[in-house]
Every structure is written in C-alpha cells, then in structure tokens.
Design a binder for this molecule. Structure first.
Ligand code: SF4
Length: 430
C-alpha cells in the first residue's frame, strides 16, 4: 500500500512519524510524498496552541480533498483532547489514542511490527521520502509529571514514561547503519528520562551510554527543562560528539509570571544555570521558548521579562502568543491579556530575537566549526547552494561545486544575513 505521513508541531511528533515510516516500509509498504497517491494517510496532530489545532484540522481536510478514497488515521495531542470532533471529519477512518500511538502501524496494517534489525540498509531504500535527511529524531520519553498552568501537553500525553535504554541504543545503531550522521534525542520532558524507574541521573547515563557504545558522529539533545539539570550535567560535553547546543525553555523572564505559570525556575536559578553551561562549554549556544501575554502579564512584567531575555543573550528564541487551552489552569486565571498587547509584545521579542541571533553569529565569524551539510537549496553558476548546521546549531550555507549532503566538514564562519551564516567548507582530506 502507499502511505502518506504528516506531522504538525514539535520534534517529538516528527520523530514519531519517522518511526512509523520505518515500520510501514519494513512491512513492505511505500511512503509517498503526494497525498493524492496514498491509500492510507496518517496525521500526528498538535494542540499546543489554537493555531496548531487549526493547522491540524486543515491538514486533515486537505488530505481528504487530495484523495477522497484514502483512509486517514489521526493521532497526537489534538486527537487525544478532541477525539469526537475528529472522528466525524470526512475521510477519517480512526482516531488513535496517544498512549496507543506506538501500535498505530499495527492497527492500520493489521500486521504486528517487528523489532528493528541491524542489517545495514541504504537509507533511501528504507525511507524513500527521506532523501537529504541526515539528522534523525529519536523519541526516548513521553508524558510529563509537571503541571505548568498553560500546558495542554500533560493533559494530552499523560504521566512521564521512559523508553528502555537498550531499545534506544538499538534504534540509534539502526539509524546509523542507514546513514544518518546525527541523532537528536527528544521527549515531552526529556530531562525526566529515567525518573519513572527512580533514576534521577537517567538522562546523564543515557547520553554516556550512547556516546560510549556507538560511534555516532553527532548527538544532540532537544528541549530540556532548566530545573532538571544536575551540577555534573555539563561534564557530558567532554565528548565533542555531543553538540554544544542547549534548548532551555524559559517561557518568561519575570519571577511573578513564572510563579503563576508554575514553572520550577526563577531568574536567579536560570541565570546560574546559563553561567555554569557557558563556563564549562564556551561555544555552547543556548536557545529558548518564550510565551507572551500569559494571564496577568502586565506591561511591567513584560518589561522585566524582556530585559532578562536580553541579558541571557540567547542564540535563538521561539516566541508564542499565549492562547487559552481548555483543561489548563491558566484558562481560569484573571487578567487575560488583549490580543493587541500580545501582538505588540511578540513583535518586540521578534526584533530582540533577530538581534540576539545576529550577535551570536558575529561571535562565530572567522572561527572554524564542524558543519553537517543537510541538503541542497538550489544552484548558482558557481556551484550548488549547500545548507547545513554547525554543531552549535547555527544555520549555514556555502556555494560549492560539489553536493556535500550528509558529510560533516570543518567550515570557517563568515558573515550573517537573514537567519544564516555564509561558511567556507575546508575539504582537504575530507
Ligand atoms: S514541563 Fe511544563 S511545559 Fe513542559 S511538558 Fe511538562 S507541563 Fe508542559
């Protein structure tokens, strides 16, 4: 059968879709990029913002219009929260509970999924739609035991649970055999890996084991809640294969707002953490998420938050406008902020984010960083436009006579423009 797979939202959703793709292909099915050709479609939805739920619904409608005969299976956070709304949509064959998502392929095909084998396979054979994919997302954890008052994820994904280490290792070896150069570990609350079996150092052990038991060229960690990191955590970067990049969601830089959000951090704690990370790993890039217009966020609170964000000098920042998520505590709070004020605050932070990224990029200028070239974005008369990322997650590009996709090369950083740095790859001996 031909299968079309789509994901909305976070990297975790993308990693789940990647796993499903491999499972479908292992059973002899074909992944197709064009929804009109598909016998089956799968949508992994998101509910983190109102916009995400709208996009999820729109995508289901688009797939149905593209091929009214295909059977659509829907899973993910939005499907978990509003299964009845989705079940009645045209073309939807089934809604799969988030907790049963790992069995989705078996539910669709009726055939049990075999565990991964370690036979080396060409990655384009296994993931026909994945040409140019050089970085794989591996889900190691799901669910969360925190209760941040804006977050619908805990409602949608349940309590925290971790994947056994042996299973994670097996998947990483498999991906490496397929040709992937970099693995990104993902989870709803990645920092709590192992907490469900009583190991507070679970993530440290997981990273150490992956680094010592595989020769994977690059390992990256996705989002980590700032309160999960123990003092010895930054020792992990003694191994240069661990990418010097931390994504630490701040959400607000004002203590009063953080308290209402039930975030387990403060300005002082967050500052100490960032200082410790930079003291140990000077090249570390630190990126973050921020919500503007959380209930009760006054102009003064926003100004405090903005000043703290500037002080932290993040290398990148995702900005979200607060939206009411049914079932969360924040919905019932007083002092909801007008949409106009949210838009203005968001615009201010977007300007700040651009300034901070440009600043970070200027610090890299003239220095050499390893770049994983990920794909080709076009060509000029001088060569191919190769695009990739440094280990510390700066988007770079170069114009080169060769296609460099899926190679890691040293490259000298040049000037920054429009979200990316011009880099000169050094190919002698590569
Ligand atoms: S830590 Fe907070 S924001 Fe993150 S998933 Fe858990 S409840 Fe949501």
């Amino acid at each position: 059968m031909k299968v079309h797979l789509r994901s909305v939202g976070c990297r975790l959703n993308q990693s789940e879709i990647d796993t499903m793709a491999r499972q479908f292909v292992q059973q002899g099915h074909e992944i197709v990029q064009d929804a009109a050709e598909a016998d089956w479609a799968v949508v992994n939805t998101c509910a983190v913002t109102r916009e995400a739920t709208r996009t999820s619904r729109q995508l289901i409608r688009e797939l149905q219009r593209a091929n009214p005969d295909s059977e659509i299976s829907v899973t993910g956070c939005y499907a978990q929260i509003k299964p009845n709304d989705i079940t009645v949509m045209p073309g939807v064959k089934r809604v799969v509970d988030n907790l049963a998502k790992s069995d989705l392929v078996e539910t669709v095909t009726g055939v049990p999924v075999e565990p991964f084998d370690n036979e080396p396979l060409l990655r384009d054979e296994v993931l026909p739609g994945a040409s140019g994919r050089t970085r794989a997302f591996v889900k190691v954890q799901d669910g969360c035991d925190n209760a941040c008052t804006f977050c619908v994820t805990t409602v949608a994904r349940g309590a925290g649970r971790s994947r056994p280490l042996t299973e994670v290792l097996e998947e990483i070896r498999y991906l490496q055999a397929m040709g992937f150069q970099e693995v990104v570990l993902t989870g709803v609350h990645l920092g709590s890996y192992g907490h469900d079996w009583g190991d507070r150092e679970g993530l440290v052990k997981l990273v150490q084991t992956i680094l010592s038991e595989t020769d994977l060229p690059r390992l990256r960690l996705s989002s980590l809640e700032p309160w999960d990191l123990s003092p010895n955590f930054f020792d992990l970067w003694d191994d240069p294969r661990l990418c010097p990049h931390l994504h630490l969601p701040l959400q607000s830089g004002c203590d009063a707002t953080l308290k209402r959000m039930l975030r387990r951090t403060t300005q002082a704690d967050f500052r100490a953490l960032v200082q410790a990370a930079r003291a140990k790993v000077p090249a570390m890039s630190i990126t973050t998420d921020v919500i503007v217009g959380f209930p009760g966020e006054t102009d003064e609170e926003f100004a405090i938050s903005q000043a703290f964000i500037e002080e932290m000098a993040f290398a990148g920042m995702h900005i979200f406008r607060y939206s009411r998520r049914p079932g969360t505590a924040a919905v019932r709070m007083r002092g909801h902020v007008s949409e106009d004020a949210k838009k203005q605050r968001s615009a201010k932070l977007h300007q700040l984010a651009e300034r901070m990224t440009a600043n970070f990029a200027s610090q890299l200028e003239g220095q050499m960083y390893p770049v994983l070239w990920e794909h080709v974005g076009g060509a000029t008369q001088d060569g191919f436009i190769n695009l990739g990322y440094t280990d510390n997650y700066m988007r770079v590009y170069c114009v080169h006579p060769r296609v460099l996709t899926n190679q890691i090369t040293p490259a000298v950083m040049g000037s920054y423009d429009d979200g990316r740095v011009f880099a000169e790859p050094q190919l002698d001996g590569v």
